[in-house]
Design a protein around this ligand. Structure first.
Ligand SMILES: [Zn+2]
Length: 246
């Protein structure tokens, strides 16, 4: 009984995290690192070592929610601590689960480094990361797109609502029972509920200053509320559609 309960909790938590990840990836309010750097007020602070050119001078510093980035004064690279890089990845990449599976080996001018997903280099002994803003920004956008793709390739996800065309061809290995039945997205209650939930969660996420740790706590305690909310909206939408038809 206890094992079953734990299984249900783990499954629900994973499900809630993936909904949250999808919602923020899709949200029009999703923060982007390039916009963040463009709008952030800078302060001149003691510089981290630039691992591209070696500069140790004071640098312009951009401080965000739980992380900071410095712009090298001598070369085009941006510098962050390893911890900041991971927090930026979660924040700008809509990654709520553990990013460790995306951490792998990389080479920079034939020197051994690590890399979190794409578009950055990390020195593990120095716990420092560096990246070009365009490359890292594009890698984060790509990661967001992959989150959306993964979620929308679930067999139950309404085809009409899928945002990327390439999903249509994506093999998902499941029998295709969900053939489009001339059903427009505007009449599908699951579709409408998912969009409404995305907007609600995306708005809450963008308008609070919660860091990722708080969100995970919130999800852990609050996933029954999220599921309840989902169900409530679903029933309302269904009722609304029924009323409109008659
Ligand atoms: Zn530099």
């Amino acid at each position: 009984m206890l094992a079953f309960l734990i299984m249900v909790i783990c499954f629900s938590r994973r499900w809630a995290l993936s909904v949250l990840s999808y919602s923020t990836a899709k949200s029009p309010f999703r923060p982007e690192i390039k916009a963040f750097i463009g709008q952030c007020r800078t302060e001149r602070k003691t510089g981290l070592e630039c691992l591209n050119c070696g500069s140790l001078n004071d640098k312009d510093t951009y401080v965000g929610k739980g992380f900071f980035v410095q712009k090298c004064d001598q070369c085009p690279y941006y510098i962050a601590t390893k911890g900041s890089l991971f927090r930026m990845f979660r924040f700008f990449g809509s990654a709520f689960d553990d990013p460790d599976p995306y951490y792998w080996d990389a080479k920079f001018h034939n020197l051994p480094y690590s890399r979190l997903y794409k578009g950055n280099y990390v020195s593990d002994p120095k716990k420092l990361a560096f990246f070009l803003l365009d490359e890292f920004g594009e890698a984060l956008n790509e990661f967001n797109r992959s989150r959306i793709r993964d979620f929308e390739s679930n067999w139950w996800f309404p085809k009409k609502l899928r945002s990327s065309a390439d999903i249509e061809q994506a093999p998902n290995g499941l029998p295709d029972k969900e053939k489009p039945k001339n059903e427009s997205a505007t009449k599908n209650p699951i579709a409408i509920t998912t969009v409404l939930m995305s907007v609600i969660i995306g708005t809450i996420y963008a308008s609070t200053s919660f860091d990722r740790g708080h969100w995970v706590t919130f999800i852990f305690i609050g996933y029954p509320i999220l599921m309840f909310l989902y169900l409530a909206i679903f029933l309302l939408v269904k009722r609304f559609l029924k009323n409109r038809k008659t």
